[in-house]
Structure formats: structure tokens, C-alpha cells
Design a binder for this molecule. Structure first.
Ligand code: CDP
Length: 230
């Protein structure tokens, strides 16, 4: 199928399968896939490692904002796709822990952090043929994205998916903790002042509670065909 040089923005709640879907889209259409959440997670990991987040979860915003001036977080291309780096270090694994998940949403509310990440994302997206997932891609990062998708799914299904993913990567976690983390992040993400998680007016909702990834690919192909022809 021929897909024109468009930008596809996928936003939605935690663990709705945005990144799995975006990765498959990138593979099938030869698009660049960028995971904006990985950037927020890397900033959070950096802040945790440098004592900028207390045991109670309070963020030392002043120190973090100062550190952003010289902080080098970037995506780097490997043989098997893109990876997230802090300086020379690949942090793909370390940013997926429940510790980072617990602290990331309070870090992502900080306007300076959002500006830091947004500038980088816009730069990466400049080349076009991009699929990017996050919370504010269709509303803030790429308000002119050609296709905007807003993903939702049942809470319990989302928690089960995340639990499975964590166990597959060797992390132990229990259902209740994972579910509580998803709900807490959804709340903070939707209620923050700077670019909150919300459905863009021109976004199409995709509820994938009962859908497989293959179903989702059929769905997006039909959407692209309806807009751009064969
Ligand atoms: O994979 P999951 O949906 O659980 O989360 P993620 O995409 O890795 O994003 C982690 C967190 O980063 C979110 O809960 C948000 O607090 C923040 N985030 C954001 O504020 N804006 C984005 N564009 C992407 C992520």
C-alpha cells in the first residue's frame, strides 16, 4: 500500500498500546517511529539518579531546570531500531521500571521539561514520514499532523497488558500496583496546566480493548485509504 509522506500522531492514556501500534506502523510503512514518553522517562531517570526527587516524590524543580541546560538526552539509531540515550549511555531498560513510572508524570508537568522535550521532538520530526506517540503530540508537538489517533482501552485490560510486558522483561509487579500507577498517571497527565492529555478536535478515537494489532493495522489502512486513496 502506498502511504504518502505524512505525520501520524498517536495520543492516549497509559498502556493503551500506543507504542506497539506505532512501531508496527513504522515497520509496515517504512516510517520513523519516535516514542516521546521515552524522553520524559529519561529526564525522570536522570533526576532520580541525581537526587532531585525525594522519597515522597517531590521534584527539586530548580535544580532540574538548571540541569536541563546541559542535559544530553537523545535518540540514537541501532541495527534494531531507535534507542534512548543519556549522553553515551543507552537507558532503554532503566526507563521502564516502576520507579520511573511512579515519578514520570510529576516531572512531565514541569513547563521547562516539556519545552526541553518538545524542541527535540519537533527537530526529529522535521523529516516527515514520522509516527510519534505520547500525550500531546496531536495537540502541541505536531498540531498539523495529518492523521491524529486518540487511543483508549478498558482499565483492567491496560493493566494486564502492562503487567505482561513488565514480566516479559523480568520485572516483578502486581496487578493492583500497576493499575494504580496507570490511573494516577492518567489523572496527572489529564489535569496538568501545560499541554494536558486530551483528544485533539480532529483526532479519531481508537478503542482497542477487543482488538489485536492486526485488527488495528487493518483499521489504519482503511483510514488512510479513505483519506488518500489506494
Ligand atoms: O507507555 P506509557 O503509555 O505507560 O507511558 P509513556 O508513553 O512511556 O509516557 C510516560 C509518561 O510521560 C506519561 O505518563 C506522561 O506523564 C509523560 N508524557 C507526556 O507528558 N507527554 C508525552 N508526549 C509523552 C509522555
Amino acid at each position: 500500500m502506498h502511504v504518502p509522506d505524512i505525520i501520524i500522531a498517536i495520543d492516549g492514556y497509559s498502556s493503551t498500546g500506543k507504542s506497539s501500534f506505532a512501531k508496527l506502523i513504522a515497520k509496515e510503512f517504512s516510517f520513523l517511529y519516535l516514542d516521546s514518553g521515552a524522553m520524559y522517562r529519561a529526564v525522570t531517570l536522570f533526576a532520580m539518579r541525581n537526587g532531585m526527587i525525594s522519597e515522597e516524590g517531590a521534584v527539586d524543580t530548580g535544580s532540574l531546570n538548571d540541569a536541563l541546560q546541559s542535559l544530553d538526552i537523545h535518540f540514537g539509531k541501532g541495527a534494531d531500531g531507535w534507542h534512548t540515550f543519556i549522553g553515551e549511555e543507552c537507558v532503554d531498560q532503566d526507563i521502564r521500571t516502576i520507579g520511573v513510572s511512579s515519578n514520570v508524570s510529576p516531572v512531565a508537568v514541569i513547563p521547562e521539561v516539556r519545552r526541553y522535550v518538545d524542541t527535540k521532538l519537533v527537530e526529529y520530526g522535521r523529516a516527515g514520514r514520522v509516527v510519534m506517540d505520547g500525550r500531546d503530540i496531536g495537540t502541541t508537538v505536531f498540531p498539523n499532523a495529518d492523521i491524529k489517533i486518540f487511543m483508549v482501552a478498558d482499565d483492567n485490560v491496560r493493566a494486564e497488558r502492562r503487567l505482561k510486558e513488565m514480566r516479559a522483561s523480568g520485572q516483578e509487579a502486581d496487578f493492583a500496583t500497576v493499575l494504580a500507577n496507570l490511573k494516577s498517571r492518567d489523572y496527572i497527565d489529564s489535569h496538568r496546566e501545560t499541554s494536558p492529555l486530551r483528544q485533539a478536535e480532529d483526532a479519531v478515537v481508537l478503542d482497542n480493548t477487543d482488538m489485536t494489532l492486526e485488527d488495528q493495522m487493518e483499521w489504519i489502512k482503511a483510514l488512510i485509504k479513505s483519506r488518500y486513496g489506494e
